[in-house]
Design a protein around this ligand. Structure first.
Ligand code: NAD
Ligand code: 9ON
Ligand code: ZN
Ligand code: ZN
Length: 344
């Protein structure tokens, strides 16, 4: 089968031919119907060898959807031929966090050698993939897999961050979304769907800001050294009750710190390598800073339900598997509008 793999440090993704995998006991083989490209794929492919820990060769793709194609021994509750989304942050399944559906915060996964597909385990950017357990599948039903696959990360991750800040998002409050790319453009829609907050979107790129306005941002601002002051101006000097930074680089973390209100929330979602000093004389009184990771299983169900009622939709660009390298190139240069999705 065809697969898109990262095989050699510094060489970027490659389309290769590999064997179709067989499901072991308890596992499910999916025939992939759609797989999203995330900027984290570039985060790991840009790492120097001494910091790279995802294994090689790595089949990419941590936003996956497919049709159940073959069941390993003992699998129950999965319908052959039915359409599923893959819940990516695989945990041990047994601990307190996993019991709450928060496998994204399983403290045992790494030590047990459990890694998410596409971020250690073979991912979804292939014609087939193996899912380790039925609990990592969520039924898509009638949802179009291409339109909805990115909800497993570009939807789930902002949803998880926004839900944790929801008590700050009362009528009259302001939420700032920094980075209106794959995650950000879905985050804006989630904010509009589940809160009355005013949404200010910030990006370096005018096209991304146009998309942000199209999907519901009330205000859009070009990102730069003056942006935090503009956010303060728009909020009568108070700042934003919640800031969601989908970039996480030093300039955007500085902006987040300068733009957040007293007792506000900063959620650093982007893994851009910046550091945000928190404490007296650095952040406003009461301000909380959090770096959330992905989301929970039940939150994935909820975000898919938001799509079912039409409250959230992913703007997608479709590519065949042979064009995956081109799509990754566009993601790297910042010219994808919304999310690039490969349809094998
Ligand atoms: P993307 O490339 O689709 O979007 C990034 C957006 O940020 C682009 O629109 C770009 O123009 C904008 N941007 C870049 N620099 C900026 C700046 N200085 N100011 C304002 N905007 C700027 O990326 P994505 O796939 O949406 O991922 C966003 C980030 O979130 C990445 O760092 C990714 O690795 C990370 N991520 C984290 C988690 C998590 O669990 N914490 C999950 C998924 C992705
Ligand atoms: O889902 C993503 O994009 C994040 C959570 C991946 C982070 C990592 O492990 O590189
Ligand atoms: Zn991702
Ligand atoms: Zn666990």
């Amino acid at each position: 089968m065809k697969a898109v793999q990262y095989r050699e440090i510094g060489k970027g993704p490659e389309v290769v031919e590999i064997d179709v995998p067989e499901p072991g006991p308890g596992q499910i083989r999916l025939k992939i119907t759609a797989v999203g490209l995330c900027h984290s794929d570039w985060f790991l492919m840009d790492l120097p060898e001494e910091q790279y820990s995802y294994g090689l060769p790595l089949t990419l793709g941590h936003e996956g959807a497919g049709v159940a194609d073959k069941l390993g021994d003992g699998v129950q509750g999965v319908q052959l031929g039915a359409s599923y989304a893959v819940y990516g942050p695989w945990g041990c399944g047994l601990c307190h966090a996993c019991a709450q559906g928060a496998e994204n915060y399983c403290p045992h996964a790494a030590a047990m050698g459990i890694a998410p597909p596409g971020l250690g385990a073979p991912g979804a950017m292939a014609e087939y993939m193996i899912v380790d357990d039925a609990r990592h599948l969520v039924a898509l039903g009638d949802l179009d897999p291409v339109e909805s696959v990115s909800l497993t990360d570009a939807g789930l991750t902002p949803y998880h961050a926004i839900r944790a800040a929801q008590h700050k998002l009362y009528a009259g409050s302001t939420a700032v979304v920094i980075g209106a790319g794959g995650l950000g453009h879905v985050g804006i829609q989630i904010l509009r769907a589940i809160s009355p907050a005013r949404v200010i979107a910030v990006d370096l790129n005018e096209d991304k800001l146009a998309l942000a306005a199209e999907v519901g941002a009330h205000e859009t601002l070009i990102s730069g050294p003056e942006t935090a002051a503009k956010i303060r101006e728009l909020t009568g000097g108070l700042g934003a009750e919640a800031v969601f930074d989908f970039v996480g680089a030093q300039p955007t973390l500085d902006m987040s710190r300068e733009a957040v209100a007293i007792d506000g929330y900063i959620h650093i979602v982007g893994i851009g390598g910046g550091v945000l000093p928190t404490g007296f004389f650095s952040t406003p009184f009461g301000a909380a800073v959090r770096a959330p990771y992905w989301g929970t299983r039940n939150e994935l169900m909820e975000v898919l339900d938001l799509a079912r009622v039409g409250a959230v939709s992913v703007h997608t660009e479709r590519y065949g598997i042979d064009d995956a390298v081109t799509a990754y190139g566009k993601l790297h240069e910042g010219t994808v509008r919304g999310r690039a999705v490969v349809v094998p």
